[in-house]
Every structure is written in C-alpha cells, then in structure tokens.
Design a protein around this ligand. Structure first.
Ligand SMILES: Cc1cc2nc3c(=O)[nH]c(=O)nc-3n(C[C@H](O)[C@H](O)[C@H](O)COP(=O)(O)OP(=O)(O)OC[C@H]3O[C@@H](n4cnc5c(N)ncnc54)[C@H](O)[C@@H]3O)c2cc1C
Length: 248
C-alpha cells in the first residue's frame, strides 16, 4: 500500500494546499440546507446534517434513482419530526421520511430534507388483544422476534425484514411471501399516529360514520376559507394591474 502525505507551507503558495480547497465539496451546503440549519439549529434533540458526504449517503435507495437531499435530520423524538415538518412548510422545502431506504422505485429519495427514523424505535405488545404499538423506525424482524415470545407474528414478511422499518412498510404497503395468508401491511394496521403538515399530531384509524361526517364538515369549511383567500389574492392582483388573462 502506498501512502501520500501532504504538507503545506505558510506564506506564498499556501492556499494551494489549503484542505478547504483540496476538498471543497466536503462542506458544500445548499441554500435550502442553510435555511434548515438556521430554522432547526439548537431546536432539535437529533442531529441535522448539511454536509455533502452525509447527504450523498441518503441520495439513493435500492432503486436506480439518485437525488442528493439538501439536509438530513436524524430524528430522536416526535417533537423533532414536528419541528422539521413545520420548518419545511415555512421554507417551502420538500420532505422525505426515511426508514431503511430499501425502496425499489425511488420512494425514499428526493430533494429537501430527509428525516431518518432510525432512532424512533420501540415496541409494546399486548398479547391478549394480539396487538402491538410500535414506533415507526422499528425493524420488522425485531417486532417479529418480540412477538414470537407470545406465539404471534406481524404477518407481512418482506425479504428485507432484517432492516425494513414499520414506517417504511406502511409507506409502501409492504407485502412478502406470507402475504397470501396474512395480508399486506395495510391489512395489519389498526391505527397510525401521524404528524400533519401544520406540525400537529393526529391519530387515524377506523371511524364510525358520525366522525366521518364531522370531518367532511371541517373540510367543507376549509374549502370555503381557501376559496375566499384565492378570491382575495385575485382581487389584489387585479388592482395591482395584473392582466385578467393571467388570472385565469
Ligand atoms: C432485495 C429487496 C427485496 C425486497 N423484498 C420485498 C418484499 O418481499 N416485499 C415488499 O413488499 N417489498 C420488498 N422490498 C421493498 C422494500 O424493502 C420494502 O417495501 C420495505 O418494507 C421498505 O421499508 P424501508 O424501511 O426500507 O422503507 P423506506 O424505503 O425507507 O421508505 C418507504 C416509503 O415509506 C416512507 N416512509 C418511511 N418511513 C416513514 C415514516 N415514518 N412516516 C411516513 N412515511 C415513511 C418513505 O418516504 C418512502 O416513501 C424489497 C427490496 C429489496 C431491495
């Protein structure tokens, strides 16, 4: 093995050997990355990475696609996820949650912020109701190993079970060899606690009709609000002299 040792002189010619110039890409930060660092720095328990080396590690999944994200948040809590969702909304930066990144069609790649859920792990099993509460970064094999102690199994069994996360399985509606007998992930999912675009947390599960009609009413109210806002924007634009054809 040969080893090259670089030294650099002070004075004339020093800048040629400046490590910052030798490896300029190592620190390259995008504008979106800098915005996220300003918005999230010191406000998350997890770690925000904006350096190119880390971002390159998240640029692919198991597909042929490659898109280098602007930043990666290795989240440590639901609050971290909430803060990241809010920051992305305010800065208009796309967001991609990421489990093990074993997707085959580019589902786990994208610009903007990646939220790595590796540390969001945990399983509580209630053998009496044959149910488990899991955190999204929990690996399928870990859940199955714990469930085996109660003579239970999750059911869907991906070929990537030793790394695929429950969050990623829900995202992909993952299946696997046992799915013909046990169904796909959606068939085993009772409810999901979700961080919404406004940073709030909501639980989605089976509902009765009354709840659905309540939600429809809320949506209808929201539609009216948005319609009024659009009309206001159009009015303002007209008053500012924007040609009517551009407002269609
Ligand atoms: C060799 C190989 C074999 C495979 N075999 C199978 C198989 O047998 N059956 C099968 O179904 N699939 C299979 N897959 C595809 C893939 O492994 C599975 O779909 C797996 O369940 C994905 O899990 P993941 O943690 O890697 O998810 P990721 O790839 O990280 O994410 C999947 C999707 O879910 C989203 N997501 C991840 N976490 C969250 C979260 N917490 N909240 C919201 N969204 C989230 C991501 O944004 C992405 O859209 C295989 C892949 C490979 C490479």
């Amino acid at each position: 093995m040969s080893v090259l040792v670089f030294g650099w002189r002070s004075g004339a010619g020093a800048s040629k050997m400046d490590p910052g110039r030798l490896f300029p890409l190592m620190d390259a930060e995008t504008e979106a990355g800098a915005g996220l660092a300003a918005a999230l720095g010191g406000r998350v328990e997890g770690t925000l990475h904006t350096d190119l080396v880390t971002r390159l590690l998240y640029a692919t999944d198991a597909s042929n696609y490659k898109i280098v994200p602007d930043a990666v948040l290795v989240a440590r809590s639901v609050e971290d996820v909430q803060a990241a969702v809010l920051a992305c909304g305010e800065l208009k930066i796309p967001l991609t949650p990421r489990g093990a990144g074993t997707s085959l069609a580019g589902q786990a790649v994208g610009r903007g912020l990646h939220i790595d859920t590796y540390h969001l792990r945990g399983t509580v099993i209630d053998p009496d109701s044959h149910a488990a509460i899991v955190s999204c970064g929990t690996v399928q094999r870990d859940l199955d190993d714990e469930a085996a102690g109660f003579d239970l199994t999750f059911g869907p069994d991906t070929a990537t079970a030793d790394r695929a996360t429950l969050g990623g399985m829900v995202g992909n509606n993952s299946a696997g060899t046992r799915s013909i007998v046990y169904g796909m992930t959606r068939d085993r999912l009772e409810a999901a606690e979700i961080v919404l675009a406004d940073g709030s947390v909501a639980t989605f599960g089976e509902t009765d009709g009354s709840m659905a009609s309540g939600m429809l009413e809320q949506l209808e109210n929201r539609r009216r609000e948005l319609q009024a806002q659009i009309a206001q924007v159009e009015d303002d634009a007209r008053r500012a002299g924007v040609p009517p054809a551009w407002l269609r």
